[in-house]
Structures are given as structure tokens and as C-alpha cells.
Write a protein that binds this ligand. Sequence first.
Ligand SMILES: C[S@@+](CC[C@H](N)C(=O)[O-])C[C@H]1O[C@@H](n2cnc3c(N)ncnc32)[C@H](O)[C@@H]1O
Length: 296
Amino acid sequence: MLKIAVSNPRLADFLLGLPVVQRFFVADLRILAQLRSRHAREAVLERLVMANGVVKTTRFDRFADLDQRTLALFTGWTGPLRVHDVAVSSGTTALRLYLRLREKFESVDLSISDKFARFHLSPGWINAVYDCEGKLIHGYVFGVYADPRISWVFPLSRILFHWLRRRRPTQPAVTDAVLVYDTSVLQALDAGKIKEVSYDILRGAPLGSFDLVRAMNILHTGYFDRARLRTALDHIAATMNEGGVLLVGRSDQRSGINHASFLRKQGPRFVVIENVNNGSDLVTALPDRIISGVSR
Ligand SMILES: C[S@@+](CC[C@H](N)C(=O)[O-])C[C@H]1O[C@@H](n2cnc3c(N)ncnc32)[C@H](O)[C@@H]1O
């Protein structure tokens, strides 16, 4: 069977909204910002699997419960609140958090980041899609979708990907970057309400000092191994104020339930101050870095 890449936004909105039929189509990455249907936009992000296997899956307002707890934790806070939302994918959850914080606090300085926010496509009828590391992740060959991980129900997509890889070895950007933040997030960035910072959680960066850092659906054992989790946690700790709060956890893809932990930075380590549902598995993965202070 064939999987077709649709480059007309209205047609993509329509086809990706049809049960069963949607399985045979994907939206071309370049029309992401023009898609009206949130479902279609989230489906595009779900298809973006990097060469190292990391994914960009997200859901609109998936952290409403956690946002309320975050607000409660900062009750009585005066002065500016410096926040970094790490690895935000489309960024819609970051924007929701920002709007909720702004209702309660006078001055909120929100920075967002995501290592894989920009993609590059080669022009013409044969489009190779590269991530920010210059790795080929998928493509469109005369409108047929090419993907190395797709089900074998679509053998041509797999064959075309391997053909693309041989034809166009890993190469740097050849077109302007496609930025995959949601349109609402791009508008907030343009308006200067929030700002984007460049941050690779595994490399770190001297970003300054945050009072609140959120790293949801990235710092867990299903995403990185323990060595990487330790490296990432140390990098984040270096960007936080003493007493600052770090929110880590994982959302259950089926139920949507968030299993998360709020950690407080105390000296070289973190202390668990609140678990939500089952809490974060980072706490048990890194006992040398995180003191499990509260019961689950
Ligand atoms: C599963 S998504 C989570 C998105 C959002 N935080 C949420 O929970 O809905 C993970 C995100 O981490 C980003 N990511 C992967 N590796 C990263 C790294 N080394 N540094 C920063 N971001 C990274 C991906 O691009 C992706 O958008």
C-alpha cells in the first residue's frame, strides 16, 4: 500500500480527519503552520522521529493538572518569576503555562527550548527531510512518503527511504529551516511575550538562573538511559536558583495521566516535594542526585 504526502493544507486537514483513510496520508512538514486541525498538526509532530530515535509527541494542554499544582507551589511569590520550559515540542503546553502564570504573577519571564525545533528540506520533487544534526529522518519522493520506521504495510515508503539515503548522504541545510512550534507559540515569540533559547539538555548551556524549570516527557527512563539522565539533570541544576523547582515526569499516552514529581534544588541535589500520581521514575533512577522526601 502507498502512503502519500499531501502538500495542500485544506486537503490535508480533510483527509487526516477521516477515520481509516487518514492512515494512507501524511501532511508535508512545510504546511504544518497552515493546518487548521489540531489533530492534523499533532499527527505531523508524531511522525517526526529523529535519527537517534527521540520523538516529539505532545498534546494540547496535557498539563492542566500540573499547572494548577505549579501555581499553588509558588503562592506568595513576589518579584519576577524566571521559568524555562525545556523540550517543548510544539510549545502549546508552554504557552498554556505562561498564560496561567500571568494570571497570578505580575512578572513572568518564560524561556522555551527544544533541540529539535528546526528541520531542513531539500527542494524539488524529491524532498529529503533533515533534523538539526543534519541527519536524514524521512522524505517525500514525487509525493510518496519515505520513512525508515513505517509499518511494512507500506513497503514502498521503506524502500524509498533507503534509496533516498543512498542518493543523498547526510548533509547540512539546503533550504530555510521549517520551525515546528505551533502558530500560537510563534506569535507569542514574535510579540516578545515569551522567548526562545538554544538548549540541548545533554550538552547544557550557561542560561542563567531559573526559579522554575519544567522538563516533561524527556527526563525519564523511556527516553534516555541513566547516564544521559544524570548528565541532563546536572546541566539543568546548573541553570537553577537555590530553592528553585524542577518538574519532571511522563504522560501516559493512552490515559493521558501525568506521573510527575516536583523537585526542589537544595545544594548539589534535589529533594522531592510533591509526587503527582505515580511520580517520576527519575527519582528512583538517580538516587544519588534526588532525595525522595515524600511518600508516593
Ligand atoms: C516527547 S517530546 C515532549 C514534549 C513536551 N515537553 C510534552 O511533554 O508534551 C520530547 C521533546 O524533547 C526534544 N528533545 C529531544 N532530545 C533533546 C535534547 N537533547 N535537548 C533538548 N530537547 C530534546 C524533542 O525534540 C521533543 O520535542
